[in-house]
Design a binder for this molecule. Structure first.
Ligand SMILES: *Cc1c(COP(=O)(O)O)cnc(C)c1O
Length: 336
């Protein structure tokens, strides 16, 4: 009806301003997905050389580094939060290091304090891949407000989504202006000012976002309940659960479990799938093992990636579903 379907229309503007207010950040630019958000972030900071990153993330984190002609240097993860192990970053810094790019895995916050300290001491930039971090608050601050730039994905599989989409977030005016230009070919009206790409979202995607946005708190509430039901029903089984940090308000976006070994993971996936229950090895493989991504050893990440399994967690999942999933899972575990 508005006859305005793309090119930063009124719905994109409205979603941007609602998200900015909700997150309490100065600049948020909607983009077409969470991967191009990472690329815009790397490009706008002018990063070169090596970027220290995590091997326990979705492949987009590392490939966007390479796509921007930088080299990912993998720093192993911490076994409780699955986030980058900040105590191992400094050993990896060389003359060529330009930035640190960690992921807030499942919305668990990275050690932002230590990372900031290391970045300041070594004059490095920090980009957080906050694809999972929407709705998480640390010290009453959105987790997406940390670093020089935070990125987020609004892909259909994420807690808050616009089908395809994402955003770059920063409190820095200059970076925001750069990314604003990069998002739309480097030109503003009739002025051609810089290089750029097409990273825009459409009015249709923004409309989906505006429909989903008011429901985010209820999404989180129902996931919180499902999370505790899962934990209650699976207590006493040979399964490890990550500990949710106490000092944060969490989004309960995923339900990862740790199994004994890779063989168990394979059996559980197969057994559950025969009952119509879909699980996901997320994240697998550990990115440091991919030949095309500057491989190196990261034993903790490789171990966690080989044993992790995400159980179903989504809006329409009911408590009865969780009871059925846990019943099948328990039976399988008992039979192994
Ligand atoms: C989903 C995801 C991405 C990529 O986002 P897209 O919107 O699918 O491009 C990047 N990093 C992490 C950690 C993700 O989970």
């Amino acid at each position: 009806q508005s006859r305005w379907v793309t090119n930063q229309g009124p719905l994109a503007e409205e979603l941007e301003s609602r998200l900015k207010e909700y997150l309490g950040v100065k600049h948020l630019l909607l983009v077409s997905n969470g991967t191009i958000a990472l690329q815009l972030a790397i490009k706008s900071l002018g990063l070169k050389g090596e970027i220290i990153t995590t091997p326990f993330s979705y492949v987009a984190t590392a490939t966007s580094i390479m796509w921007e002609n930088c080299t990912p240097v993998f720093c192993d993860i911490e076994k409780n939060t699955f986030c980058i192990d900040a105590s191992k970053i400094e050993n990896l810094i060389t003359q060529n290091t330009s930035a640190i790019l960690p992921t807030h895995v499942y919305g668990f916050p990275c050690d932002t304090e230590s990372i900031e300290k290391i970045a300041v001491q070594n004059q490095l930039k920090v980009i957080y891949d906050g694809a999972h971090a929407f709705g998480v608050h640390l010290d009453k601050r959105s987790l997406l407000s940390y670093g020089d730039i935070s990125t987020v994905s609004f892909h259909a599989t994420k807690l808050f989504h616009t089908i395809e989409g994402g955003a770059v977030i920063t409190n820095d005016d200059e970076l925001a202006e750069k990314m604003f230009l990069y998002r739309a070919f480097g030109h503003k009206d009739e002025e051609y000012l810089s290089i750029g790409i097409n990273a825009r979202t459409s009015e249709l995607h923004s409309a989906i976002g505006l429909c989903n946005f008011p429901r985010v708190e209820s999404f989180i509430d129902s996931r919180r309940e499902l999370n505790s039901l899962y934990r209650e029903l699976l207590t006493g089984k040979p399964i490890g659960f990550p500990k949710i940090p106490e000092d944060i308000s969490y989004n309960f976006s995923y339900f990862p479990i740790l199994l004994k070994n890779e063989t168990t993971v394979a059996r559980i996936i197969e057994g559950l799938s025969l009952k119509g229950i879909n699980t996901r090895r997320y994240f697998f493989p550990s990115l440091n093992t991919l030949e095309y991504l500057n491989p190196s050893a990261c034993p903790v990440s490789e171990n966690i990636a080989s044993r992790i399994l995400c159980l179903p967690m989504y809006q329409e999942l009911t408590k009865d579903d969780v009871v059925r999933i846990c019943g099948s899972l328990s039976e399988l575990l008992d039979s192994i």
